[in-house]
Design a binder for this molecule. Structure first.
Ligand code: COI
Length: 354
């Protein structure tokens, strides 16, 4: 496979929709830029990638993805600094992860050079959609779907790798409180909870709707066997602060290896904060509420960035976290965003210039 950027076909949109967008009020993931990247896999190989105007897909109703959910995705962001420079944050992590997810769902690996050349070209074409200023970003959604018209329950032989982009501000519009799962589960040992498979998200919608009816914005999943240990929130990995220690559970085949999660760990350790990566028992939260040692809870993710969790519900009881001085979430979020927006030294080498 030696197609290079010379073979990236670009068809520019005749007009732009950018004037129709209210960049001061952006519901998450509702508006899309003028172009998209598409690459088809057929006859055992990825064909020449294309950038084309953003448009509906023509697919047969028998395409495998509609029946068996053979689909994976990623979430990334592009940031613009005050001089107009465009930056990605650790994009190599997302590239590797979409192929890890794909491998678990019996999909062919996507070539690195197609990914980076296509992504860079797409971002440069739609760069006006990336607004400068902390909090503004372009959310990038690469995804792979099984496109073979065949409803036999076996892996598709045809796929589409697509990248679409959406101007974004915050993911959660307001305060976040979570329900700790007692009955439903997100992932099981030996399953594919660690992947960004579409079905991992669809399976959360119903329990999350029930939690929303009770006034929570998200479910914090617990281990499927005992429901005694905290895992992740589906759109975010979870951190708690007990005393001065920052604690998050280890990743596993049930838990997403979040890029923001591992960046938070590195930034916290770099500040001299003691970080423990170990299983977290739900009772530790309850005890921490009782003795005052539970000082913070927050989620981390590309879309959510670092989002404080103000309270949680468990077994019919509601718990409200105390207000905290010197919040780890706020400090680490600032440090992270300063790196992402090219406002601070990048000592870890995470920034990637487009
Ligand atoms: C992300 O944070 O990028 C994700 O993929 C979570 C998504 C459900 C918005």
């Amino acid at each position: 496979m030696d197609v290079t950027s010379k073979n990236l076909v670009v068809e520019k949109a005749k007009t732009s929709r950018i004037e129709q967008i209210d960049f001061d009020h952006l519901p998450f993931g509702a508006n899309f830029t003028d172009h998209m990247f598409v690459c088809d896999y057929k006859n055992g190989q990825w064909e020449t990638p294309k950038i084309i105007p953003y448009q509906p897909l023509m697919m047969e109703p028998s395409a495998s993805v509609f029946h068996y959910g053979q689909a994976v995705f990623e979430g990334m962001k592009a940031y613009k600094d005050d001089e107009g420079g465009i930056w990605l944050f650790r994009p190599d992590e997302n590239f590797r992860r979409i192929n890890r997810s794909g491998e678990r769902l019996a999909m062919p690996a996507f070539p690195e050079e197609y990914f980076f050349e296509g992504l860079k070209k797409l971002l440069l074409l739609d760069q006006e959609w990336i607004k400068p200023g902390i909090g503004n970003s372009l959310y990038i959604r690469p995804f792979v779907i099984a496109s073979q018209p065949a409803i036999i329950a076996s892996p598709s032989q045809e796929f589409k790798f697509i990248i679409i982009c959406s101007p974004a501000q915050s993911y959660y519009g307001g305060e976040v409180r979570v329900k700790i799962a007692e009955k439903f589960s997100r992932a099981a040992d030996g399953g594919f909870g660690y992947t960004k498979a579409a079905g991992n998200y669809a399976g959360q919608f119903y329990p999350t709707n029930l939690a929303k009816e009770e006034g929570f914005q998200q479910v914090v999943w617990t281990d499927a066997n005992t429901h005694e240990y905290i895992e992740e929130a589906g759109t975010m990995n979870i951190f708690i602060r007990l005393g001065d220690k920052l604690i998050t559970c280890p990743t596993s085949d049930r838990i997403l290896d979040g890029v923001t999660r591992k960046s938070v760990i590195a930034l916290a350790e770099d500040r001299g904060i003691e970080v423990e990566v170990r299983p977290i028992k739900v009772v530790e939260l309850l005890e921490g509420m009782k003795d005052g040692s539970l000082k913070e809870m927050f989620g981390s993710g590309t879309a959510a960035v670092i989002n404080p969790i103000l309270g949680f519900g468990y077994k019919g009881e509601r718990y409200e976290l105390p207000k905290v001085e010197n919040s780890y979430a706020a400090t680490i979020k600032k440090q992270l965003m300063d790196i992402q927006y090219n406002r601070a030294e990048d000592k870890f080498g995470w920034r990637y210039r487009v």
